[in-house]
Design a protein around this ligand. Structure first.
Ligand code: PMP
Length: 351
């Protein structure tokens, strides 16, 4: 059931050439041209095994983000890094805390290792620090939150994060999933929290701001001791040369990334204002999507169907406990105009 949620039916519009996919939080500008060049160049070396230590990629990430490369681990998407975490830190009968509208992979990963996912309520679509702390038992091993969160787009500030970590027993690993960090202006993704606490790991991805979702590259940053344990689980050749070279070029192309982030901020604001003007609920989003909240699940279903009929794919989030909402990826100018012409008609009751 959970897997079906994660891999929802995007192929149903196959064959149409006007499909606008706003369902997976992909970058409307795609990857940086430098990353595409690096990928093509790596294709000339397909007979070579890749480096097992990811040194070049870790050095580039460390340089750009001001982090110690020896405390970075790379994986096949951040999903793989999250998987290493549960494999290393949770086991049968142990508990993994996630939140009411949290990312669907967390309970899947917990169950994968026989652990028990414990889902705590949120406070009006925001992670509730007190609810998490109240749910901790002596069997708790891992706490997962995404910040900014998917699919709500909401975010905890530095004080709340600190309070959460301060309240956790030291044997609990706090996973600060920063898949959408780049879109939250000026946020370090939790890196400074990691630097202060040995039981925190920050995970990041090349799938969103860097437009490399199809290539599958993610990374994590934590204390040396945590990274060493995760590396014992990692397969030596988990990343190909092409993945590493493209990701390295992408992270070093800061101008392109800045352009993507600026476009997202502009369009996200426009999307939210348009929704609000139409009387559709929309919390402030710190990510590259917005959550449109309709007056009922029936209206959300009708809006989804109307968009789909126009070739526009957005995400139903009933499986995340949000049956009256649709998650819509922030697109480029043309995409936002196309969606909102349509949503406006729905909002006005004309469809
Ligand atoms: N965390 C969150 C919160 C996400 O939304 C996603 C992607 N949907 C991921 C992790 C995984 O991303 P990837 O494996 O592509 O790095």
């Amino acid at each position: 059931m959970d897997i079906a949620l994660y891999v929802s039916g995007e192929s149903t519009l196959a064959g149409r050439d006007d499909v606008l996919k706003l369902s997976s939080n992909e970058n409307p500008l795609g990857p940086s041209p430098a990353a595409q060049d690096a990928f093509r160049k790596a294709a000339g070396d397909l007979h070579r095994y890749p480096a097992t230590d990811h040194a070049g990629l870790r050095a580039a990430i460390g340089q750009v983000h001001g982090l110690d490369p020896d405390r970075i681990i790379c994986g096949v998407g951040s999903d793989e890094v999250l998987q290493f975490v549960v494999q290393a830190f949770a086991g049968p009968g142990e508990e993994v805390i996630t939140t009411e509208h949290g990312f669907s992979m967390y309970p899947i990963l917990a169950r994968m290792v026989g652990a028990i996912p414990v889902t705590v309520p949120e406070d009006t679509r925001r992670v509730d620090v007190d609810a998490i702390l109240a749910a901790v038992t002596e069997r708790t091993r891992v706490v997962f939150i995404a910040n900014p969160a998917n699919p709500t787009g909401t975010m905890l500030g530095a004080d709340e994060l600190q309070r959460l970590v301060d309240g956790l027993p030291p044997q609990v690993l706090f996973v600060h999933d920063g898949a959408y960090t780049e879109f939250a202006d000026g946020f370090d993704g939790g890196a400074s929290l990691v630097d202060r606490h040995p039981n925190v790991i920050m995970t990041r991805t090349f799938s969103k701001a860097y437009g490399l979702g199809g290539l599958r590259i993610g990374w994590g940053y934590a204390a040396r001791a945590v990274i060493d344990v995760l590396n014992r689980i990692r397969q030596p050749f988990n990343l190909s040369n092409a993945q590493m070279e493209a990701a390295r070029a992408a992270v070093l192309d800061r101008d392109f990334t800045d352009r993507c982030i600026a476009l997202n901020a502009r369009m996200r604001d426009r999307m939210r204002q348009s929704l609000i003007q139409m009387g559709i609920g929309c919390d402030e989003s710190f990510a590259n999507f917005v959550l449109a909240r309709f007056d009922s699940p029936q209206t959300a279903t009708a809006a989804d169907a109307a968009l789909r009929a126009e070739g526009i794919l957005v995400r139903r989030v009933g499986g995340y406990g949000l049956p009256d909402a649709l998650r819509i990826t922030v697109g480029d100018e043309a995409a936002v105009t196309r969606v909102y012409d349509k949503v406006a008609l729905i909002g006005l009751g004309l469809i």
